[in-house]
Design a protein around this ligand. Sequence first.
Ligand code: SF4
Length: 382
Amino acid sequence: MSTLALDDRRLLVELQSLGVRVDDARTNPTELQGRRGGAGPSDLGFMWIRGLPLTVPLHDLAARSPYTLRITDAGGELWLGDDLVGPAVLPPRPKIYDMVTKDGIPYWKIALLHLDSIASTVVQRCIYWGTHEQCHFCGIELTRGERTIPVKTPEQLAEVAAAAKEHDGAVDVTLTTGSVNRTDRGALYISRCAAAIKDACGLPVQVQFEPPDDLSVLEEVRRAGVDAVGIHMETFDPEVLARIAPGKAALGVEGYFRTWERAVEVFGRGSVTTYVILGMGERPELIEEGCRRAIAMGVYPFVVPLKPVAGTLLEDATPPDADYVASIYRSVSEMLAEAGMDHMDAKAGCARCQACSGLSAWERLFRKEQVREIARQLDDNR
Ligand code: SF4
């Protein structure tokens, strides 16, 4: 056995792309904190590696990963083959997972704790699902039956969020929904849920929805008390968008930019995010160009590698090459630094949490490198 010194950035990218196999040797194992299905990242587990928050593929996708998470009664260890990479800190089972709502629903069917963010897919349905418009990476209607309830009420969400703040230290709330209609896309219902949460516990809330047909809906969302929005185009390559997310492609790349422009006016710079999924056959130069334009407008591009989820139309896809993901993280983090945009400014949601993306690690390391470079130049000039 030897201890392996892997560059943090390489480690992050490989873990997010390849996942970890789990070797659980605890005498009394409990389920790892994570989630299966839903509109965002799924089939994932949460952990901290070298102080960095991470969501890592755990289940079918990780079967061929060279990384193993060994869990013993003393804690977690990450291994690469026979080499120990280091400790993995696993979050304890949230206390709210043993609680039930006033109407008798287990809290874990209403919302899940993603490290320190309480998150829910409020409406587990999408008009695109099962049609030619379905997004190929999405698993929104895969989570069914005993694992959730299809529609969560504002009252249930308020109760669970308040408890997550009190008992598990949740610091924000992330709410997402399928596209439930072709008008407001579910933004108004999800905002009522956000308003109930704010009333109950005051936590900052990010809500995620597709672009509404009438952009004045964005002002209604703001009036409900929502702090930040995610309006996710998923890729800046129009050919990939048309192939992978035909429902979203109907609005087109420019339609998203129009929506974001208004959303930034309403919510402010850095409070509007879009997912950018790498590894779907996109042209890298279009991704960089799109990220540059979004950042200039005040939109935070939340870059993540594709994690193909069992049951989705992309379940057999191969995750992107780690070097490619690393190169995009690097260039986008440089753009963010140049624009003075920082994930630390995000009040709530994916950009604040960062566990699904390695971008914040790049932001931090990039800043350290800049400071070192300035110090070196000052030394040279002495
Ligand atoms: S719009 Fe696409 S990503 Fe969003 S829930 Fe519907 S199918 Fe899933």
